[in-house]
Design a protein around this ligand. Sequence first.
Ligand code: UDX
Length: 469
Amino acid sequence: MNIVCIGSGYVGSVTGAAFAVLGHHTTVLDIDQTKVDLMNAGRSPIYEPGLDHLIENYIGKTLFATTDYSTISQADVVFIGVGTPSKADGTADLRYIRLAAQGIGQHLNPDKFTVIINKSTVPVGTADLVASIIEESSGLAADTHFAMASNPEFLREGYALEDVFFPDRIVIGTENPRSKQVLKELYFNLLNRVQYEEKSRDFQFAFNPKAPLPTYYETDIKSAEMIKYASNAFLAVKISYINEIARLCETLGANVTDVAAGMGMDSRIGSKFLQVSSGWSGSCFPKDTAELLATSQKYSCELTVVQAAVESNQQMHDYVVDKIKRKLKTLNGKHIGILGLTFKPNTDDARKTQASVIIKELIDAGARIKAHDPHGMEMFQQLNAALDVQYMPNALDVTNNVDAVVLLTHWDEYLLIDWSQVKTNMRSPYVLDTRNVLKPAYMQELGFDYEGLGINSFRNQTRFEGISA
Ligand code: UDX
């Protein structure tokens, strides 16, 4: 099949590379010449483990990159994978979607039937908007010359290749019988893992050939659009919930890691997304919860649970700052080393990270900050130019003469640093591990005053009064 993916950002480049690996003639189309040049030189336009390797191996064979919109005229399937950033009121900014729709309309081939698929996360009703723009700019009729479909992606940054080749489900929203057929063909190789054994050397991650095959789920377009928002908001709620339980565990002297493990054994709950943190963040959850809330308010269908999850998430950021303050008595004049600026490991994405909120609050309270991140430092620095932070090229340098080290992002590198050297470097040995990934016994053995979130709190609890007789 001939596929065009519009946008060489996260969605477009990963989707494009994946379909090229699966044997389709795939072109990634972007107006940004620099990104297109990068791809043509065999390099990934985004930081995503394993993607460089795929692009290098498939570019010029089944994978192509161009700025030329006329490539649309050859396509059987066009994916729209452009950004939908938040506007000030929380709603999604659809300007890039509109531009892509116009570009498609101007080059649509009247002698072909083309399926146009929204893969970006877009508000319910966007497929209708795209169809009307294409009809207007092409003069061609929907359902005769082209048909719309929604096929949301559920890729996690840092694990996108695993998620794209081994998804739990493929969600297809379309009411058009011809596009249903085209999409089934398009996904045939992925659904049946055709030649996966041979291609496994290109994946660069371990995979279980016996893992269950994905579910292929067809529904109407609006429901498919909603599934993406509802899923992301649900995951955000789940994390906010376990973070609240962590706060209560800490107060009562229970251990949230054990609580989450025990909860996760119930298949109705599931063990994923019960990992404690200083709060969720990143380029998807904040944007998608904001859009869902804005839309629900517009139609007076208030989503109070999602609203509460957003508020609870801010409380979690504040809780971390308070915890450091309680330990150090004051933040004023204290030196704090921050490990991790990205919203999670294996990404260079430093947009809307919990680190920016927490660091700002620490600085506002008078603390001096040194920070490190293996891949996100440059983006974080650009986006947070107003924050007075000393960026260190080396993780160990962050720990020199500080009163506290706060681990915000659980990069493997931080598990492997020489913690005994950290102990020697620090002015006072307080370590707050907001992901509960370091070994408490080992840290205590080295002489640290080590704390996680919602764990090892027996000696710290001050408020639990026991059960009255
Ligand atoms: C998310 C969805 O998972 C993905 O399906 C969708 O396509 C895009 O949005 P992503 O934003 O890449 O993916 O990150 P994800 O791994 O979901 O993590 C989001 C945030 O939640 C991060 O800040 C992460 O650290 C945090 N998190 C995640 C937790 O705090 N605890 C957890 O148990 C899981």
